[in-house]
Design a protein around this ligand. Structure first.
Ligand code: C2E
Ligand code: CA
Ligand code: CA
Length: 739
């Protein structure tokens, strides 16, 4: 059981750790996947934002180009301009090429070229003033621009062009008259410097933080490129730097446009990731604690089941106990009306084995008995009452089948139980009840089975079926029990003495003290009945000691009359095994001033079966004190020749049963009696043959070496007075019988 518990605890711990591991792994994978999905989404969104921003920036540039183009167009189609080209004059310049006018349009410079491509007018407008060197460079750039237009033969051209370190937006248009006669025309050119003002305005309009850098920046920056675009971008912790190209009118890269974007999406993504992390941890922990709770719940349920199991089962054999047996029987009776037989088994000699070999072997024996009983497959319930040597079985059998089954069980239990090199022999007394004959209530049936078992034990039978009369007996026993208490109080017992005759010397070898009880109603109660009740209720020792005291007084009385006949006193197993039994006996003898040689003690084999050690100790003390011991009812119990030879026994009393059988049909009877007689003589013991009623029995016994005879043939048990008379006339009486 403990082993099972340890394994179960380990399994649970392993399960818990595995669960925790799986949950941890699962959480980590989930977190990793969700994080990478979110960050991928963030990257996609950022790329889209980058592309959109670049498109927005490009359209901002295009808008500036268109605006400048519109101004250029207006100027180029202005009639006065046309006239000026045809006929340059200062009036036009004074009126139109004024600083204020040009600056108001955010134009950096304007120039007019005549038909031959020669610059005929120039004015600088808004923006920082530059030196002549720069002006020369600008002029060269304008010239190249015009030249290109003329080469291509196009009406207008606009675009961004680098001039030194600066960037210019240039727009040029052919000067045309209203009629578009193209007879006399030149080119009008306007430029706008992409300076701080331009960028400020651009930033305000687009909300984009951009700048323009030389092409080398774009070429040297190591950044990711968005496929199939010229956009590069660099992810920094909190911002994205985006680089793209600005082309000149001839589709050649002119500058690098640099754009700085906040990483709002990243911040959002990161906050989602951290919220995800919290959620996953929360769910992981929830699952873990739910698992923990489930395990705890299972553990509790297991403990409850274990407790229920323990309450209802015998820990030693694992069989259900009597309480569980009753519960299951009740449940069975509630649903099934069929005949049921209940078998109650009580092991004999179990206590003796327990005290002689120790509790461990006792437990092993009980387990072996349980194993044997478990082979009875027809028993639908098998139980053992914890702490006892009692077993219950229930069958769906009628009486006949039950009888056969019980015979089998009985012989099965008589087979020796082997543990190591120890062979154990036990007997069982079995009580049986049948449903519905003996009742329909499980409690009553169990009780009656126990009662029948009791009867079996006292009648020396292996098994007994309960019958109605037993109830009457039980009532009678209860009544006698109550009367016995009173009788002991009032010393209402008397003692009779039965002479034992020595047939070799023709005299009385001694007498046996036999207790007699007449209850208040005047009935003589049979000793075996009231002695067994007294044993059950623990009063037998008092009776035995009372008889011993009477015997002492009687033997001393005869002694004073000159008759020397020792008296044998019967002692019950309970008395012999009671504390300080030997001391008690010796004290009574001392108190009654009786020499130990005048008292014999009769014991039965049962005391060796119950507790061999204590029994031997007690009788050895008596023997040493000079009291002789007779082994009563020899051959009826479980006899071991081993203890016979080791014990200080002086007389073997051959039971009346054997004497009765001498002339019966039993073929074994005579050899058995002969055997006992020769065994006794070889062990140096004398024999007393009990219950001899007929001369033929006496003759057989005498012929086979019997020396002492007790029985109605010589005398029934007599009162002290009558026995005294017998003793005085013994020679005549004996002679009369023997001749
Ligand atoms: P037990 O010790 O075997 O006593 C012999 C019994 O056989 C006595 O029965 C006696 O009356 C009876 N008996 C003797 N000769 C004959 C005979 O020829 N024919 C027949 N039919 N019976 C004969 P009793 O007195 O009824 O005693 C029965 C048993 O009760 C005794 O068996 C003994 O075990 C027990 N007993 C009697 N007195 C005491 C006592 O003081 N203490 C204890 N512990 N047990 C006692
Ligand atoms: Ca006896
Ligand atoms: Ca006897």
């Amino acid at each position: 059981m403990r082993q099972r518990q340890v394994i179960w605890v380990r399994t649970r711990l392993f399960l818990l750790l595995t669960c925790a591991g799986i949950i941890l792994l699962f959480s980590a994978i989930t977190f990793y996947i969700s994080k990478s999905v979110i960050l991928k989404g963030v990257k996609d969104l950022e790329i889209k934002r980058v592309t959109d921003s670049v498109v927005q920036l490009q359209s901002l540039m295009d808008a500036a180009k268109i605006r400048l183009h519109q101004y250029t167009l207006e100027w180029a189609t202005f009639e006065d301009t046309y006239d000026f080209v045809k006929q340059p004059n200062t009036d036009f310049l004074k009126k139109n090429f004024r600083y204020e006018r040009i600056s108001a349009l955010n134009i950096s410079s304007c120039a007019i070229y005549d038909i031959s491509g020669k610059q005929i007018a120039y004015i600088e407008g808004t923006g920082k003033k530059r030196g002549t060197e720069w002006r020369a460079r600008e002029s060269a750039a304008f010239d190249a621009f015009i030249q290109k237009m003329r080469e291509l033969g196009i009406t207008s051209l606009a675009g961004f062009i680098p001039v030194g370190d600066d960037e210019l937006l240039i727009s040029a248009h052919r000067i045309e008259d209203n009629l578009k006669s193209k007879l006399h025309n030149g080119i009008f050119l306007a430029s706008r410097s992409i300076d701080g003002t331009f960028r400020e305005v651009g930033k305000r309009i687009s909300n984009l933080n951009f700048s323009i850098a030389p092409l080398t920046v774009y070429e040297h920056i190591e950044a990711e490129t968005i496929p199939s675009t010229d956009i590069k971008y660099l992810s920094r912790e909190r911002e994205l730097s985006v680089y793209t190209l600005l082309y000149d009118p001839f589709a050649k890269p002119a500058f690098c446009l640099e754009l700085v974007l906040d990483r709002d999406y990243l911040a959002l993504g990161e906050s989602i990731v951290s919220r995800n992390f919290t959620l996953i941890i929360f769910f992981g922990l929830s699952i873990f604690f739910a698992g923990l709770f489930l395990l705890f719940f299972l553990h509790r349920r297991q403990i409850q089941e274990e407790l229920r199991y323990r309450v209802e089962h015998d820990r030693l054999t694992g069989l259900p106990n009597a309480r569980c047996f009753l519960k299951r029987l009740r449940a069975f009776f509630a649903t099934d009306k069929s005949a049921v037989g209940i078998v109650f088994i009580d092991l004999e000699r179990f206590n003796s084995i327990n005290s002689s070999y120790g509790a461990v072997l006792g437990d092993t024996l009980l387990c072996m008995v349980a194993q044997r009983l478990l082979t009875r497959k027809d028993a639908f319930l098998i139980a053992r009452e914890s702490g006892s040597d009692e077993f219950f079985l229930a069958y769906r059998y009628g009486r006949e089948a039950l009888e056969r089954e019980v015979e089998t069980i009985a012989s099965m239990l008589q087979e020796p139980f082997i543990s190591g090199n120890i062979h154990l022999h036990i007997n069982a007394s079995i009580g049986i009840t049948c449903r519905p004959t003996n009742g329909n209530d499980p409690v009553m049936l169990m009780h009656r089975a126990q009662f029948a078992r009791h009867t079996a034990k006292h009648s020396g039978l292996m098994y007994v079926f309960y019958d109605e009369h037993m109830d009457a007996e039980e009532t009678r026993k209860k009544q006698l029990e109550a009367e016995l208490y009173e009788a002991i109080e009032g010393k209402a017992f008397i003692v009779h003495y039965q002479p034992k005759v020595d047939i070799k010397h023709h005299d009385v070898a001694g007498c046996e003290a036999l207790v007699r009880w007449q209850n208040k109603a005047g009935e003589w109660i049979a000793p075996p009945l009231f002695i067994s009740i007294a044993e059950d209720i623990g009063l037998v020792t008092e009776i035995d000691m009372f008889v011993l005291r009477c015997a002492c007084r009687q033997v001393m009385e005869w002694n004073e009359d000159g008759i020397a006949a020792p008296i044998a006193v019967n002692m019950s197993v309970r008395s012999i095994l009671s504390d300080n039994f030997a001391e008690h006996v010796i004290r009574v003898l001392t108190e009654e001033k009786t020499p130990p040689s005048l008292i014999e003690i009769e014991i039965t084999e049962t005391c060796f079966m119950t507790d061999m050690k204590s029994a031997i100790a007690a009788i050895t003390k008596l023997y040493k004190a000079g009291i002789r011991i007779a082994l009563d009812d020899f051959g009826t119990g479980y006899s071991s020749l081993q203890y016979l030879s080791e014990m200080p026994i002086s007389f073997l009393k051959i039971d009346k049963k054997f004497v009765d059988d001498i002339f019966s049909a039993k073929a074994t009877a005579q050899p058995l009696v002969k055997g006992i007689l020769s065994l006794a003589s070889s062990l140096g013991m004398r024999t007393v043959s009990e219950g001899v009623e007929r001369k033929s029995q006496l003759d057989f016994l005498a012929a086979n070496g019997a020396s002492i005879i007790q029985g109605y043939l010589f005398s029934r048990p007599l009162s002290g007075l009558a026995c005294g008379d017998f003793l005085k006339k013994q020679k005549d009486i004996i002679a009369a019988v023997l001749t």
